[in-house]
Design a protein around this ligand. Sequence first.
Ligand code: SF4
Length: 215
Amino acid sequence: MSFSTLSEVPSTLWLPLSALQAYRFCPRQSALIHNEQIFDENLYTLRGRLEHERVHEEGFEIKGQTHLHRGLRLFHDDLGIHGVADLVEITYQDQQITSIFPVEYKYGRRKREEHDDIQLAAQALCLEFMFRLSVPLGAIFHISSHRRRDVSIDADLRRSLFDTIHALRQMLLSQKTPPPAADQRCRLCAQADSCLPFASKKLREHRSSLQHPIE
Ligand code: SF4
């Protein structure tokens, strides 16, 4: 099923923005965290969490015409999503808002990751809902390389976000945990010790071979 407009997406279960990012990275990771309440940490998530705790501290600063809001709480009643933005830059002219620009901080070097873009798009749509203004652009700030990557919140990314919201909600409502990816994603995944991706995959293959023996 694919969704082109916001009004087509049913919202029966509130979803955290971080769950959308996790689902896009690996659906099983999202199910382990949000269905089974298993949350392990490794060096990468610990570094990321400490950086996020620093930038998530609520704060407000004015730079010229732009107000910088840190740790801003976000929500979208129609989509049923909520979370916290690391940084939102709101620019004013003659006391009118002229632009709203979300910035998500990510640990690591500058590179495009679709799951990060989905999380940023979800923030943008929350801001559009809250301020009733268009948010066509945002950015990912890569902490290790201190480089910012602009992301266009275009029609394709919005469609992809709607599909992700629907798929994640369906998965959480079903209470089913998808099979492991068992690929290169697992090397960096903090849930690997609980997930046992390669052992689980082998077990499934073994069970399947018992059900469908080669004649
Ligand atoms: S270890 Fe691999 S399969 Fe398991 S949750 Fe992480 S990425 Fe997904």
